[in-house]
Design a protein around this ligand. Structure first.
Ligand code: CTP
Length: 214
């Protein structure tokens, strides 16, 4: 199988000195890529800026902005059998990039933002029949309800409901606890464990076996 995975944050530049982003470390996406590779699949990883070493044998494409990630995912998804969007994609970017460093003047400053493209929703709209699409849902409240809404709105096959804002799960920890929900409504809880183990469990639940095995 060709498996395409996104990982890490995206960053949106304000001026040559500054950007907006989020706390994603990329650990969950890299763990998924490593697990998929160890099952001997052909893995492509589109990674936002992270401080994790590349995985041997995994083609890694480094990007910064949501627009760059969208471009790479659109291209690589053409022949992917499975796409997992584990990246924490920035929802908004500055409406205008300031070519020169913005100088400090007034006590308050308003930064105008515009929506970025929703890559996962694009994948849901443009999928091939045989393609499986998995999203993540980063939430601080109403975990399952919000995840199900995203699963339906983005027309994907699976969503990983992932609580953030706690020390032992979510963005920067080495462990995670998630709930995997299918479009049919099947729900599987994966309790707190190392992100590598969570990754193996996710791939197992969505039916990814070792290459060559039926
Ligand atoms: N996603 C995406 N493109 C975006 C925003 C999100 O592809 N511009 C993907 C993420 O990679 C993730 C899923 O959509 O797989 C859900 O992301 P999340 O941030 O949890 O939700 P949003 O759809 O952005 O909604 P909200 O931030 O309001 O919760």
């Amino acid at each position: 199988m060709k498996i395409l995975i996104s990982a890490g944050p995206t960053i949106e530049k304000i001026d040559p000195a500054r950007y907006i982003s989020n706390f994603s470390s990329g650990k969950m996406g890299y763990a998924l890529a490593k697990s998929a590779k160890s099952l001997r699949h052909d893995v492509v990883l589109v990674s936002g800026p992270v401080s994790i070493k590349e995985i041997h044998g995994v083609k890694t494409i480094h990007v910064e902005s949501t627009a760059d990630m969208a471009c790479e995912i659109r291209r690589e998804s053409r022949n992917a059998d499975l796409v997992i969007m584990a990246a924490a994609v920035a929802d908004y970017r500055p409406a205008k990039f300031a070519e020169q460093k913005i100088k400090k003047s007034n006590d308050k400053m308003i930064l105008e933002l515009e929506k970025t493209e929703d890559i996962l929703a694009w994948l849901g709209r443009n999928r091939r029949k045989s393609q499986t699409i998995v999203g993540f849902s980063a939430e601080t409240e109403n975990l399952i309800e919000n995840a199900v809404k995203k699963l339906k709105a983005k027309k994907i096959d699976w969503i990983v409901a992932n609580e953030i804002g706690k020390n032992d799960r979510g963005f920067s920890s080495d462990t995670n606890a998630v709930t995997l929900i299918s479009k049919k409504g099947d729900t599987t809880e994966i309790p707190l464990m190392k992100k590598e183990k969570v990754a193996q469990r996710i791939l197992g639940i969505i039916g990814i076996k070792e290459a060559g095995r039926v």
